[in-house]
Design a protein around this ligand. Structure first.
Ligand code: F6P
Length: 326
């Protein structure tokens, strides 16, 4: 592998607030270091369809505050096939791109790992997902904004929950990870969080009811992580109707509102630091790693580690929530 002269950037998978700040940082940092930059539209799909555009510093002006991704995003089935990846590689070479920065979640970084191994391409990943489920980084880009969106929405739901003295199950995103549900629950002062990480250890609903969660209150807010393991908010409400009919239960599924909006300062700063670090890593000859942050320091995490799907929740937080919800 020779010296990197031209970097391609793409965003892939579910969008996350702060992806634009990351695109801006990668582009500007690359140009600052004398590299050419090409924006690849619609993720890996765009690499296969040859949607590649030269990026200058102006292409990323005035985007740091915007949610979504100016590069658009997609989940590409074709990239999962060897033929699709071959096409992607050919287009990349024809465009003169000799390294990639991929901004996305675990599916996107899994794709990056396979592609990098197959074609010997240097790739740096940035953790871009609201789910916060990538191992080796304390935070992912978009997580803080999504948490704040959850907090604002649930504060409003609490008003009506209190007025009607109801039990609300509020389902939040996370794709089998409970970070949004657990930290969201602490941020809104919820009575409980029902999360997949402990779903096989305890019957969280039964525990909640047995602990007398309405002892001192007439309304309750419970955040539920979307997952088959939790049963989701609908599944839990169904159980309450059958097993504990004395409760007046309602469900809200927050859905894609959690993925939109202007990124928080924390997400903009994280994305800016990581974007810059991605170019530093490429220039140092690093490849096939995700750049992340641990204890406020930039770290390089091999793809295989980042995507290993067992990023642990902090169990102290469960205790904090339990104590504060009396
Ligand atoms: O990975 C991000 C995420 O928002 C998950 O939390 C959620 O399960 C999923 O994407 C939803 O994906 P889609 O927008 O494709 O329905």
């Amino acid at each position: 592998m020779g010296v990197v002269k031209c970097v391609g950037i793409l965003t892939s998978g579910g969008d996350a607030p702060g992806m634009n700040a990351a695109i801006r940082a990668v582009t500007r940092s690359a140009i600052y270091n004398g590299l050419a930059v090409k924006g690849i539209y619609r993720g890996y799909k765009g690499l296969i369809d040859n949607e590649i555009v030269e990026f200058k510093t102006q292409n990323v002006s005035n985007i740091i505050q915007q949610g979504g991704t100016i590069l658009k995003t997609a989940r590409s089935q074709e990239f999962m096939t060897p033929e699709g990846r071959q096409l992607a590689y050919d287009n990349m070479c024809n465009a003169g791109i000799d390294a990639l920065v991929v901004i996305g979640g675990d599916g996107s970084l899994t794709g990056a790992r396979i592609f990098a191994e197959e074609f010997d391409v240097p790739i740096i990943g940035l953790p871009g997902t609201i789910d916060n489920d990538l191992y080796g980084t304390d935070r992912t880009i978009g997580y803080d904004t999504a948490l704040n969106t959850i907090m604002e929405a649930v504060d409003k739901i609490r008003d009506t929950a209190t007025s009607h003295e109801r039990l609300f199950f509020i389902e939040v995103m996370g794709r089998d990870a409970g970070f949004l549900a657990l930290n969201g629950a602490i941020a809104v002062g919820a009575e409980a969080a029902i999360i997949p990480e402990i779903a096989t250890e305890v019957d969280q609903l039964a525990e909640l009811i047995q602990n007398g969660f309405r002892k001192s209150k007439n309304s309750s807010i419970v955040l539920v992580a979307e997952s088959e393991l939790t049963g989701g908010a609908m599944g839990l409400a169904e159980r309450v109707k059958n097993e504990y009919p004395q409760y007046d239960v309602r469900v809200t599924i927050l859905g894609h509102i959690q993925r939109g909006g202007s990124p928080t300062a924390n997400d903009r700063i994280l994305a800016s630091r990581l974007g810059n670090a991605a170019i530093d890593a490429l220039l140092e000859g690093q490849r096939n790693i995700m750049v992340g942050v641990q204890n406020d320091e930039i770290v390089n995490v091999p793809f295989v580690k980042a995507i290993k799907k067992d990023k642990p929740i902090n169990r102290d937080l469960l205790n904090t929530l339990r104590i504060l919800s009396i």
